[in-house]
Ligand binder design. Sequence first.
Ligand code: ZN
Ligand code: ZN
Length: 409
Amino acid sequence: MNNEALKRYARLIVKTGLNLQKNQTLVIASPIECADFTRLTVQTAYDEGAREVVVRWTDELTSKITYKSAPDEIFDEFPDWQKQFYEFYDAHNAAYLSISASDPELFKDVDPGRLSRANKAARTALKVHSERLMGNKIRWCIASVPTKAWAKKVFPDAPEQEAVDMLWDAILKAVRADSSDPVAEWARHTDSLKAHMEKLNKHQFDALHIKNSLGTDLVIKLPKGHIWLGGSELSADGVEFIANMPTEEIFTAPRRDGVDGTVVASMPLNYNGNLIEDFSITFEKGRIVDFSAKKGYEVLKQLIETDEGAHYLGELALVPYDSPISNMNILFYNTLFDENASCHLAIGKAYPICLEGSDGMTPEELEAAGINNSLVHVDFMFGTADLEITGVKDSGEQVPVFRKGNFVI
Ligand code: ZN
Ligand code: ZN
């Protein structure tokens, strides 16, 4: 991979994604296989004035050995020192970068019960930290770097090194790092996302009716005072940042008890090292009352049964069918990319920032206002070329929002 392109990408993540400030600490979670790029990012962060860069190396192959071989009781435990790690760096106002690069099916022969318990133990212990992230109290960014196993899943016919190069090309294109001035490209891009956001915020639809020929027929009510967000956001100290790179979506929170009908997924979902495929979910008054999956049923079941909040939705995001990542026609098997190629929903926790006046509200007050709470937040995709979305106002007036998969508003 061209070193200049990688440097541009690292700088884009540090400057535009995290918007790392002089003297700020950066915490990076990175797979060991991505060490070359992570070291480059560490150097970039110091060049931009970081106080300290702390890397937490992860290795999913070690995790797999643990899941398969460790005694059963450890999967309900989460070590206190790891919790203290995040408390320490939260207190020091660190920024967080997460490098997302996993083998989509690595854990397919691991007991899904163990995966789900370990996930729940970690999420319970790190609840305060993840609420700080989701409430934009601190700046964070998720970005990706290819690994061999992931690249081979995306490009199965190419030899390994070629597959890795192809995935690099696709990632750099998706994050606009292939242009000569990606920072300026991103400023233009986030402005264009704002145009649709502003229109939807002005409409304040009571509900959206979503339909396509795959079988999706869903009415989603929106909370009073909901806010559509997208592109860049502001952290608590008023500094702009971009939490996901790439990002092509605008999103809001569905009303917790206001979802009725069925949604059919349009892409496989990579969750916890497993693929869930050909699945659909049915809702009544917001709650999941039925679901099916041709593949990964047990993993989907464990996800929904994480807690009561995982029976409800926490995000509705709109992405035009005719948009840059969608037009690449690549199934990435990685939610960071696939969600930005397709309209999607999330099972679980909603972003409180999607509700006016939510700052300082208790979890109970948020729930009463329609904002769902859960230990999990997992996106899944439903966008198609024939997707229709119609906005319904309080007065009953109907306004076309999407026709043939794209915005018409
Ligand atoms: Zn989203
Ligand atoms: Zn999401």
